[in-house]
Ligand binder design. Structure first.
Ligand SMILES: *[C@@H]1O[C@H](CO)[C@@H](O)[C@H](O)[C@H]1NC(C)=O
Ligand SMILES: *[C@@H]1O[C@H](CO)[C@@H](O)[C@H](O)[C@H]1NC(C)=O
Length: 179
């Protein structure tokens, strides 16, 4: 177990170290800013061809593609949760709000971010990308600051937190593109 774990860490190290030659330093700089650097490295290195063959725009586009897949998975989960709670008004209200925020708001924000990326208006990319996370936060925390967050024991908060991590990477790279 310990052995397997250390070989995994070593392989990961080799993988990261082998990226170093081309733009590993940049990859380091990006992922060190994120709350979960391991997740960040894994995600960016999972781009077909590897992160080292990609430029910053490719990486943002890839992270947006991942976000879209995540949002689709999460939308399906929310629809299931709504079906499963026909008599629980609080749960239904919460998940209906989340359906609007995730299925509608967050997808729209991904589309806007993609459009801004294509038009290379990097100076507003960051704020538009933050809009994706706002939609997710509104689902989890409620619509207004006075709302008590719904005590959600489903998988939804974990799914939402993964999406937030992906969006965080998009925001970090957006800041670099704006330089
Ligand atoms: C989101 O995508 C990432 C990367 O493919 C994956 O690890 C994660 O499980 C996905 N999460 C959801 C909720 O779809
Ligand atoms: C949330 O619900 C779980 C399971 O029903 C319960 O154990 C926990 O105490 C609740 N937390 C809050 C803050 O109400």
């Amino acid at each position: 177990m310990t052995h397997n774990f250390s070989s995994l860490v070593f392989l990961l190290f080799l993988f990261v170290a082998s990226s170093y030659a081309i733009q590993g330093a940049e990859l380091d700089a990006i992922c060190k800013q994120s709350k979960n650097p391991t997740f960040c490295f894994n995600l960016l290195n999972s781009i077909p061809g590897g992160a080292t063959d990609a430029n910053l725009v490719d990486l943002v586009q890839y992270a947006l593609d991942v976000t879209r897949v995540n949002l689709t998975t999460t939308t399906k989960l929310i629809k299931r949760l709504i079906r499963r709670n026909p008599n629980d008004i609080e749960a239904r209200d919460h998940y209906t709000l989340c359906l609007n925020r995730i299925h509608q708001g967050a997808f729209d924000a991904v589309k806007s971010t993609e459009a801004i990326l294509k038009s290379r208006e990097f100076y507003i990319l960051n704020s538009i990308a933050c809009g994706i996370r706002t939609q997710i936060d509104l689902c989890i925390d409620g619509e207004s600051p006075s709302d008590t967050p719904y005590n959600d024991t489903s998988l939804l908060p974990a799914y939402a937190s993964v999406i937030s991590e992906v969006v965080e990477i998009i925001v970090i790279i957006s800041n670099l593109l704006d330089k």
